[in-house]
Design a protein around this ligand. Structure first.
Ligand SMILES: Nc1ncnc2c1ncn2[C@@H]1O[C@H](COP(=O)(O)OP(=O)(O)OP(=O)(O)O)[C@@H](O)[C@H]1O
Ligand SMILES: [Mg+2]
Length: 316
């Protein structure tokens, strides 16, 4: 087994990221296959709104777990999920609407519904929903699989997403602080002869916020725990993607997310394109990101299991 696969096997969750089109989905899927072949149970989760997991595996993949591979003799398998933020937002808004209608007086229902509808397309709503699903698949995935591989959206988007758990917990803490205050008001209101409804409502909202906060803190802790999680950076040996890889590595360090490896994908064959291959090697020789570099050659298969097997073979 290659050193990269060893490094991956030492973790429970791996985020595969990099610039658009460098081979994130191919590498994430091939790693999943290479780990499943000797018997691991692997879940591949695409967080990229422009999913191409299904395209690569040549089958429909959706927001529910879809079996992608189970071809070995042993218990090894690959399952896939393409996170659908719209579905998560829909489900979340329906749950909030249900809670609101239960807790709010009738005369406020119409305003509450209007407020929820405007939240559906508000900036950040979809991102928060993706993050919520990432947190959810991490929670359940770590229980049910030996390895969870996240096939992420191009770098900028993913780093923004990975920085969110901190912002989300900060945000919940603020809301909770407000709730603390309003709970005290609730008690005072009750003492003045108000109904006990307000404090019931506050207690329920508080419980909801606390559950969310617990989920995001767990996710943040998992992301920063180098014994469980790591980031695998995919690049091609060209100046722009290499420059972006340096930036991503620096940002990961700031976020406290461990970089477990770098994959140089689609390398030119020295026998056919010697000058190009030499230029690529010169770029790679300069690229010291403090993590092991793994090379994957350009292959001629493009999609489907044959392509994944070729890349998995190059990794093994
Ligand atoms: N080693 C390789 N040799 C030849 N072609 C490759 C190799 N790796 C990936 N490709 C091809 O490069 C293209 C992009 O690969 P892939 O979809 O895995 O990239 P991505 O980083 O996930 O892209 P996106 O940012 O659009 O999600 C695909 O057509 C894929 O078949
Ligand atoms: Mg992709």
């Amino acid at each position: 087994m290659s050193e990269l696969l060893n490094d991956v096997a030492a973790h429970q969750a791996v985020f595969v990221g990099g610039k658009g089109g460098v081979g994130k989905t191919s590498v994430a899927s091939s790693i999943a296959l290479a780990r499943a072949q000797p018997g691991s149970r692997v879940l591949v989760v695409s967080t990229d709104p422009a999913h191409n997991l299904g395209h690569l595996w040549e089958q429909a993949v959706g927001d529910d777990v879809t079996p992608l591979w189970s071809g070995g003799d042993g218990p090894g398998l690959v399952d896939g999920v393409e996170i659908d933020p719209a579905r998560t937002v829909g489900r979340h808004l329906a749950a909030v609407a249900e809670t609101m209608t239960r807790l709010l007086p009738d005369r406020l229902h119409a305003a509450a519904r209007e407020h929820l509808e405007s939240a559906r397309d508000a900036p950040g709503t979809h991102e928060a929903a993706v993050l919520e699903r990432v947190a959810e698949t991490l929670e359940t995935g770590l229980d049910r699989y030996d390895l969870v591989v996240f096939d992420t959206a191009p770098s900028g988007h993913t780093l923004h997403l990975l920085a969110m758990p901190d912002r989300m917990t900060g945000w919940t803490e603020k809301l909770l602080a407000n709730r603390d205050r309003s709970e005290r008001f609730g008690v005072a209101y009750g003492a003045l002869g108000g109904t006990k409804d307000t404090s019931d409502r506050d207690a329920e909202l508080r419980r909801m916020l606390l559950r969310r906060q617990a989920r995001f803190s767990l996710m943040r802790d998992t992301l920063q725990d180098s014994s469980r999680t790591g980031f695998l950076l995919v690049t091609v040996a060209e100046p722009m993607p290499i420059a972006e890889s340096r930036e991503v590595a620096a940002q990961l360090a700031t976020l406290g997310i461990p970089l477990i490896g770098v994959v140089a994908n689609r390398l030119s064959p020295a026998s056919l394109l010697p000058a190009r291959a030499a230029r690529e090697e010169a770029l790679l020789a300069d690229l010291d990101l403090g993590a092991r570099l793994t090379r994957i050659p350009l292959i001629d298969e493009l999609v489907g299991l044959p392509a994944l097997e070729r890349i998995a073979g190059a990794l093994a």
